[in-house]
Each structure stands twice: as C-alpha cells, then as structure tokens.
Design a protein around this ligand. Sequence first.
Ligand code: FES
Length: 171
Amino acid sequence: MDHSSGGAIGETPYPPVFVGAMKEELDALLGRYPTKMAALLPTLWMVQRERGWVSEEAMVEVSQELELTPAYVKGVVTFYTMYHQHPVGRYFIQVCTTSPCGACGAEKVVETLLEETGCADLGATSPDGRFTVIEVECLGACGFATPIMVNDEFIESVTPEKVSQILSQFK
Ligand code: FES
C-alpha cells in the first residue's frame, strides 16, 4: 500500500500509523480474518493504541489499508464510544447516566467528577491532561449505580463522596 497518497492533509504532514512493525502487525491481523472489512474494529484499536485517538487522517489511512470507503470507517468510529475522535486525557472516564442510574444520582456524580478533575465540560480534557469525562448509556451494572469506567477499569457504586478518593488512584 502506498501511504504517500494520504501522507499530507492540509498543511500538517500526517505520519502514517501502518509502517514498519505496525504494518507487520496489521498484516498478521488481516491474516486472521476472512475479509479485510472484518478486521476493521481491531485495526482501529491499533490506531488508538498507537496514537491515543483516531483522527480523520487515520480513518482515511485505515480505509486505504482495508479497501473501504472513508465514510464507512468514520461511521464505525462514530458509532462506538470506545473510539476517541479527538485527543483525550490519560484517564478516560465513562459514566452511566441512563435512567436507572440517573434516578440514583448519576448526574451528581458527573458534576462532582467534572469539578474535581477540572474538566470544563463533558468531553473536554482537564488542564493537567489527566482526565476526560463523558456520559454513556447503560454499562450493564444497573444494580450498582452509579458505575463508571476509567479506561478499562470498572468501578461500581460511585457516589459524589467517593469521587475524590477514586480519582486519587489515577495519577
Ligand atoms: S442504567 Fe446505569 S448501568 Fe444500567
């Protein structure tokens, strides 16, 4: 695959993700799937692991690698909250605010998280680069409101009073 066609967008040169060892890893990954399209989710995951988020340029690169349209790739990226479409903090916090958790005070948990992390708003990153907080739909732990996820770590029964102690674990 020739990366040069997607190498520069606007004035900032875009360094391709899939070169060298990353390209070898992608080729090995593709060998395990029946079609290139079937490997889209793990390919996007590789991008996020490498860059921390999935930029528009990366979506174009992935579309070239997997022989898909950029619109298709973007549709998948925007469907899943696990893919970041802009840079996020080192700790990405997802808070369930669906009705059952909402009835148990999830909004207050969100408010406290925003206050104590210093994030100006949902989706914004704290000035120290540590945290980004977003609201998500049901995390599947409705009996343990309010559940949150900090990166891959699942934490149940979060209350505003517990927020400070929880955040202190994530430096
Ligand atoms: S509604 Fe919050 S975890 Fe299900």
